[in-house]
Write a protein of this length. Structure first.
Length: 135
C-alpha cells in the first residue's frame, strides 16, 4: 500500500504542475474559458505529439471514447486518481506511531498548561530562612 500512497503523491504533484501549465496556457489566444480541457491543453503545448496520438488511434475511437475524459482539465485527470490513491494507500498506524502521537499530544498539553500558569510555583507566606513576618 505504500507504493500506492507514493504514486498518489506523484500524481498530486503532476496535477499541480498541470494546473500551472494550464494557467500559463491562457496566454495563448486559442485557449478560451476558465477550465481548459486536457485535449486543448495538449494541442497547444505539444501539437505534434497530439496530432501523432490522434492519428495513431483507430477511426472513431477519439470521438466515441477518448474525447469524454480528455474534455476534463488535465489537472483533474491526474489529481482525482492521485488524491484517491493517497487516501486509500495511506499506511496503517502501528504502535510506534501511536506512541509518538501520544508523546506529541503530551508535549502540547504540558506547553498549554505552562502557558496558562498551571505549573507556576506560588511563594508561601513562610520562608525557610527563618525571617518570616512579625519577627
Amino acid at each position: 500500500m505504500a507504493i500506492v500512497h507514493a504514486i498518489g503523491w506523484l500524481l498530486c504533484g503532476a496535477a499541480a504542475l498541470l494546473a500551472g501549465l494550464e494557467a500559463a496556457a491562457h496566454a495563448d489566444p486559442r485557449i478560451q474559458g476558465v477550465l481548459v480541457p486536457a485535449a486543448d491543453l495538449w494541442a497547444v503545448v505539444a501539437p505534434q505529439s497530439f496530432a501523432a496520438f490522434r492519428g495513431a488511434l483507430p477511426p472513431g475511437l477519439w470521438a466515441d471514447v477518448l474525447s469524454l475524459p480528455f474534455a476534463a482539465p488535465a489537472w483533474v485527470l491526474a489529481g482525482a486518481p492521485g488524491l484517491l490513491a493517497v487516501l486509500l494507500g495511506h499506511p496503517p498506524h502501528d504502535e510506534e506511531t501511536e506512541s509518538l502521537e501520544h508523546a506529541l499530544g503530551l508535549y502540547d498539553r504540558l506547553a498549554r498548561e505552562a502557558r496558562d500558569g498551571v505549573h507556576d510555583v506560588v511563594p508561601s507566606d513562610e520562608s525557610d530562612d527563618g525571617g518570616g513576618k512579625g519577627g
